[in-house]
Design a protein around this ligand. Structure first.
Ligand code: GLU
Length: 414
C-alpha cells in the first residue's frame, strides 16, 4: 500500500473508532469516512521557455455541516488525490477540536515551486483559482497556505478570485499579506500553537521549558518560528533538520545564526559539513521531539528507539498508526497533529472574522485569543484521553468529530 493510502485508511480507522466511542451509528461513519466533494483540475501554464505545461490540482471538501470548509493549498511534487482527501479530513477534525464554525477542506497541486520562477508560480496560482472558482468562496470553502505556499501566493489567488467575482473578496482566502486584509500573528500562528501545546504537555510531565532539550525535524514555516520561540524561552534545541540532512549539538544549536542563514524553503544544512541523517535525528538524546516536516517519519522501525518523553506533531501525519501504539505503550506523551498544528487554522479563522467585520485586531489580541482556544483544546483532549482511557490521537478525534457529527444529524443528513 502506498504511504498516502496507508495514512488515509488509518485516518478512516480512527474516525470509525471515535464515532463508535461517541455512540454514533454506522451511517455516520458512511457519511464521514470520505470527503463529500473532490474536484480534480488540469491547469495549463505558459512556462518561461514559451512551452505550455499542464499541472494537476485538487480541492477536497470533507464535510460542510458545521459551516464552510477550510484548509490550505499545498504545492508539492508528491501531492496526490488520496493525500489531499486525508488532509481535508484532518482539517475537519482540527476545526472541531478548536471549535471553529468550519468543516475541513484541502487543496494541492502536483508541482515543485523550488524549480519554478515567480512568474510561473503566479500563473499556476491564478490558473488554479480559475479552475476551482465554482466550488470555493468566503461562505463555501476558504483556502489558506500550506506546504510551499505563502502570503504572496494567497495574494495572487485573492486577486484572481476578486476579479472573477467582480468584487473585493478578502474573506475568500486566509494567510494574506497584512495590507490585503491578513491578520496580525497569522504567519507565526502554527508555531505559536505548537509552542502552547509543548508548554501544556511539559506541565503535565513536570518539565520546565527552560533547559529542556528539544529536537525539531523541519525548518520550514512551522519549524523555524518554533525553534525561535523555544530558543528564546530558554530551551536547548539540540537538533534540527531540513529536507537534505540534520544538525546536532548536545549543548544546543545557535538558532539565531541558523535562521539567518536559511533560505526561503527552509534549507540550511547544506551549508555544513558535519551533518547527521534524519534517521539519527529521531534517536538523539532529548526530552521533546517535534516532527515539523512531512508525513510518515515516526514508524514501527524508529519508534522503539525514541528517547524523548514527549512527541508533539507539528506536521500533518508524521507518526504511523503502529508507531502511535508503540509510543503510547512506552508511556510517551504524544500530542497529535490535529491538535498541535491547529494554531494556523485558528488564526485563519480570526483573519476571516476580521475580514467579515472589516475591523482589525492587534497582534496581542490575536495571540491572547489563540492562547485561550488552544489551552482549552489541549486540556479537553488530555482529559478525554484520561477519562475514557484512550490514546491522545483517539481522544483528539473524539473531541474533533463531535460537532460535525451532531451538525450532520441536526440537518437530517443521517
Ligand atoms: N494549512 C494549514 C493547516 O494545515 C492552515 C489551514 C488554514 O489556515 O486554513 O492547518
Amino acid at each position: 500500500m502506498s504511504e498516502n493510502l496507508n495514512l488515509f485508511t488509518s485516518t478512516q480507522d480512527v474516525i470509525k473508532e471515535a464515532l463508535t466511542k461517541l455512540g454514533f451509528e454506522e451511517e455516520m461513519y458512511e457519511l464521514l469516512k470520505e470527503p463529500i466533494r473532490m474536484l480534480t483540475v488540469r491547469i495549463p501554464v505558459r512556462m518561461d521557455d514559451g512551452k505550455v505545461k499542464v499541472f494537476t490540482g485538487y480541492r477536497a471538501q470533507h464535510n460542510d455541516a458545521v459551516g464552510p470548509t477550510k484548509g490550505g493549498v499545498r504545492f508539492h511534487p508528491e501531492v496526490d488525490e488520496v493525500e489531499v482527501k486525508a488532509l481535508s479530513m484532518w482539517m475537519s477534525i482540527k476545526c472541531g477540536i478548536v471549535n471553529l464554525p468550519y468543516g475541513g477542506g484541502k487543496g494541492g497541486i502536483i508541482c515543485d515551486p523550488r524549480t519554478m520562477s515567480m512568474g510561473e508560480v503566479e500563473r499556476l496560482s491564478r490558473g488554479y483559482v480559475r479552475a476551482i472558482s465554482q466550488v470555493v468562496g468566503p461562505t463555501k470553502d476558504i483556502p489558506a497556505p500550506d506546504v510551499y505556499t505563502n502570503s504572496q501566493i494567497m495574494a495572487w489567488m485573492m486577486d484572481e478570485y476578486s476579479s472573477i467575482r467582480e468584487n473585493d473578496s478578502p474573506g475568500f482566502i486566509t494567510g494574506k499579506p497584512i495590507v490585503l486584509g491578513g491578520s496580525q500573528g497569522r504567519e507565526k500562528a502554527t508555531a505559536q500553537g505548537v509552542t502552547i501545546c509543548i508548554e501544556e504537555a511539559a506541565k503535565k510531565r513536570g518539565l520546565e521549558l527552560k533547559d529542556t532539550r528539544i529536537v525539531i525535524q523541519g525548518f520550514g514555516n512551522a519549524g523555524s518560528f518554533l525553534s525561535k520561540f523555544l530558543y528564546d524561552a530558554g530551551a536547548k534545541i539540540v537538533g534540527i533538520s531540513d529536507a537534505y540532512g540534520a544538525l546536532h549539538d548536545p549543548d544546543g544549536l545557535d538558532i539565531d545564526y541558523l535562521l539567518d542563514r536559511r533560505d526561503s524553503f527552509g534549507t540550511v544544512t547544506t551549508l555544513f559539513e558535519n551533518t547527521i541523517t534524519n534517521k539519527e535525528l529521531f534517536e538523539l538524546d532529548c526530552d521533546i521531539i517535534v516532527p515539523a516536516a512531512v508525513s510518515n517519519q515516526i514508524t514501527a522501525e524508529n519508534a522503539p528507539n525514541i528517547k524523548a518523553s514527549i512527541v508533539v506533531e507539528a506536521a500533518n501525519g508524521p507518526t504511523t498508526a503502529e508507531a502511535t501504539k508503540i509510543l503510547t505503550d512506552r508511556g510517551i506523551l504524544l500530542v497529535p497533529d490535529v491538535l498541535a498544528s491547529a494554531g494556523g487554522v485558528t488564526v485563519s479563522y480570526f483573519e476571516w472574522v476580521q475580514n467579515n467585520q472589516g475591523y482589525y485586531w492587534s497582534e496581542e489580541e490575536v495571540n491572547e485569543k489563540l492562547l485561550e482556544k488552544l489551552v482549552s483544546a489541549f486540556n479537553n483532549v488530555y482529559d478525554t484521553a484520561q477519562n475514557r482511557r484512550v490514546d491522545m490521537r483517539l481522544a483528539a478525534y473524539m473531541v474533533g468529530m463531535r460537532n460535525m457529527a451532531e451538525a450532520s444529524k441536526f440537518r437530517g443528513w443521517v
